[in-house]
Design a protein around this ligand. Sequence first.
Ligand code: DX5
Ligand code: ZN
Length: 218
Amino acid sequence: MHAPILAPSLLAGDHANLGASARSAAEAGAPWLHLDIMDGHFVPNLTFGPEVLSALRRAGVKTFFDTHLMLAEPHRYVEPFAKAGANLISIHIEPAYDHRATLARIRELGCQNGIVLNPGTPAGSIRDLLPLVDLVLVMTVQPGFGGQPFRRDVLPKIAQLAAWRKESGLKFRLEVDGGIDLATGRECHGAGTDTFVAGTSFFKAADKTAFAAMVAAW
Ligand code: DX5
Ligand code: ZN
């Protein structure tokens, strides 16, 4: 089992001052920063593009960039995000494109790769891809917006993926995203996850350092 990692989602930060929000997450002790990229097609919302990652790097943000592409055509964007400073790039299974080639391309670009499933997408849809990935991201809300309630019905899928990981001896990380706080994150940890995206709960926490320390202690 991997050590727990907290990945605060910058979507819940201050969009007029993303550098300060990114720094506040790192200074609280969060090892990763989660960057939600939305295109208004795959999800009904828009966020930001690679230029924001480059600007954060130029501003001295050194955190591991966990980049979640919610895009209808993610294969067209992996290179710009890798060049902009992404460390990990995750792509959804649901749209039609060459998933295997795109996962391979992400590694060629020097990044870790991840495959993402929406709440309604079964674990079986990515089973063949498990030997090819560094991370599986299980959405615990329908992607598009922060601040939604955690979908407890996704827990059996997490347990299934954790069981396949154990049986196979594969080492991919298992990440959850959506409605994660110290209570729901703990439940997911019990089901086998090791990587925790937290937007609203982290950025609204009275003590971000205590929040990060609690996750690190799971
Ligand atoms: C949802 C995004 C999430 C979002 C999570 O589409 O993928 O990363 O920022 O936000 P919270 O933690 O507020 O549910
Ligand atoms: Zn996300």
